[in-house]
Design a protein around this ligand. Structure first.
Ligand code: ADP
Ligand code: MG
Length: 262
């Protein structure tokens, strides 16, 4: 399979100012160091895959980026807003973060008592001040984009896991995020249903969306992402262009991990 040329072009022409930057981010739970000295910078249109063994801190890293988990050290910069560890973010800063970053989790967390359409529309009214009509119109477009326009009036329980995850993606996109974070979005799904979710993510990437994807799908990491980051023990042990890292890793730790999973 070939690399995705459209996102490479996007990354190449991206301005020098990154969309997202982490400087020396660390996270400790009690005495347990979970993240240490994470530097990361993401340009507009870039697609980064994060892989690594279970417990290496991948989910915590995503949660530190959007401050669901406050970092213990370092700083996170989105656009021109910087949040320093150790100070409580202001409401404005949190709003910038929440508006800029969409997140999709392993568990889809849809509201079971709301229709698919309401699931996608609700936050648009609350967060973005759209009217119900506006929100529903945006939702219908996004449901069509993920191939689920015909499910709009159903309840989530009538949808497969793969469909529910695509609805969760539409819901996140409805808030017009600049960056999408995915935390193992296919790991709760049967392989076949995972594929339909991966295909939606691939289309998003090809459309120029800036994305960080924590995944155990090695083919997605190699073929769709521009850059791969390998984490182990709370640190970035290797990163670089996806083809290079996946096929010719330089560090012993990365070689050992890839040997075990490939
Ligand atoms: P990964 O996503 O790579 O599997 P995680 O980020 O979930 O790793 O977890 C990294 C480490 O941090 C694990 O050892 C985990 O037990 C620990 N950890 C994660 N969240 C918490 C928490 N809220 N309290 C204490 N320890 C945590
Ligand atoms: Mg995880």
């Amino acid at each position: 399979m070939s690399l995705n040329s459209s996102s490479i072009t996007q990354a190449d022409v991206a301005p020098k100012q990154p969309l997202l930057r982490l400087d020396a981010v660390g996270k400790t739970f009690g005495t347990h160091v979970v993240l240490e000295d994470i530097d990361l910078s993401l340009a507009a249109g870039e697609v980064v895959a994060i892989i690594g063994p279970s417990g290496s801190g991948k989910s915590t890293l995503l949660r530190c980026i959007n401050q669901l988990e406050p970092p213990t050290t370092g700083r996170v910069t989105i656009g021109d807003t910087t949040i320093e560890a150790g100070h409580t973010p202001t409401r404005r800063e949190l709003m910038v973060l929440r508006r800029s970053i969409g997140m999709v989790f392993q568990s889809f967390n849809l509201f079971p008592h709301l229709t698919v359409l309401r699931n996608v529309s609700l936050a648009q009214e609350r967060v973005m001040g759209r009217t119900r009509e506006q929100a529903d119109a945006v939702s219908m477009q996004l449901l069509a984009r993920v191939g689920l326009a015909d499910k709009a009036q159903q309840f989530p329980s009538r949808c497969s896991g793969g469909q529910q995850q695509r609805i969760a993606i539409a819901r996140a996109l409805a808030l017009d995020p600049q960056i999408m974070l995915f935390d193992e979005p296919t790991s709760a799904l049967d392989p076949e249903l995972g594929l339909e979710v991966l295909s939606v993510m691939r289309e998003l990437a090809e459309g120029g969306m800036t994305m960080i994807v924590v995944t155990h799908e090695m083919r997605f990491a190699e073929n769709v992402s521009d850059r791969v980051i390998i984490m182990a023990d709370g640190r970035i042990v290797e990163q670089g262009p996806s083809g290079t890292v996946m096929r010719n890793p330089q560090t012993e730790r990365a070689q050992r991990f890839l040997h075990a999973v490939k």
